[in-house]
Design a protein around this ligand. Structure first.
Ligand code: HEC
Ligand code: HEC
Length: 211
């Protein structure tokens, strides 16, 4: 009995750092900026504040999350990418491991510009979903993982505040349909499974204005 307990403890210590991705990315921000200004800025803005609502803002994102997504857009060993997107597959294909660390470090050091939510009714419902969840549908409070002000929690939970509503809604729908499935332990797929289009519009509108 005691031996088994010890074995379980040792297994936990050995497995935890890998399964919870507690790595820290420290790249060269200046080299990252060079790549961003040449390749990424047209769609994501020179400082990662995206000018277009279909494209995500990347400023102030945790570098571990950005690095993971760039890896997920790449096809590895001839296998299809874990996160499938035609545009980003093309963009990520040419990046080396170091390039990805460098751009992730650059974006992390930029300030996220606030956005404004426009529809007060949607915002009200969105705030309820974000802070309390929808118990009757088994939807957990988003804030429990992404933090009360949407800043996320390094390195597992991305920043989701001051993000374009159009982009956020597209991702929640992609998880609901299973088109996006690169999340660890299917956390976001099960969160999104029971959200209606209206719920998604509401929480996305709320997140745009959250800072
Ligand atoms: C032609 C426009 C375009 C260019 C150029 C582009 N991106 Fe993107 N990027 C997108 C779109 C659109 C998405 C959303 C993809 C989706 O819906 O899954 C995206 C998503 C991302 C994401 C995921 C963000 C998140 O919050 O999950 C990262 C990271 C990213 N891009 C980094 C880059 C980097 C680094 C470059 C330059 C090397 C770049 N992108 C160039 C359009 C672009
Ligand atoms: C149990 C923890 C957990 C809960 C609860 C949760 N999330 Fe997430 N969320 C995650 C994780 C982990 C990721 C990163 C997935 C990945 O690696 O691609 C994520 C990613 C996201 C993203 C993608 C960000 C981007 O830039 O593409 C959005 C948007 C999001 N969550 C919104 C929500 C909303 C809205 C809710 C509440 C309805 C919610 N999340 C509840 C864990 C959670």
């Amino acid at each position: 009995m005691k031996f088994r307990l010890l074995l379980a403890l040792v297994a936990c210590v050995l497995i935890t750092p890998h399964s919870f991705a507690q790595y820290v990315i420290k790249g060269d921000a200046a080299k990252g900026q060079e790549i961003v200004s040449k390749v990424c800025s047209a769609c994501h803005g020179p400082d990662g504040n995206s000018p277009l609502s279909a494209n995500p803002s990347l400023a102030a994102q945790h570098p571990e999350y950005t690095y993971k997504q760039l890896n997920n857009f790449q096809s590895k060993n001839g296998k299809p990418p874990e996160r499938s997107n035609a545009i980003m597959a093309g963009q990520a294909a040419g990046l080396s491991d170091e390039d990805m660390k460098n751009v992730a470090t650059y974006f992390a050091a930029q300030k996220r510009r606030p956005l404004t939510a426009h529809d007060p009714e949607l915002v009200k419902r969105g705030q309820l979903i974000y802070r309390a969840g929808l118990a009757e549908k088994g939807v957990p409070a988003c804030a429990s993982c992404h933090g009360p002000n949407g800043s996320g929690l390094p390195s597992q939970f991305p920043r989701v505040g001051a993000q374009h509503a159009e982009y956020t809604a597209s991702q929640l729908k992609a998880w609901r349909s299973g088109e996006r499935k690169n999340d660890m332990n299917r956390m976001m797929q099960s969160v999104a499974a029971n959200l209606t289009d209206k719920d998604i519009a509401a929480v996305s509108e709320y997140l745009a204005g959250l800072r």
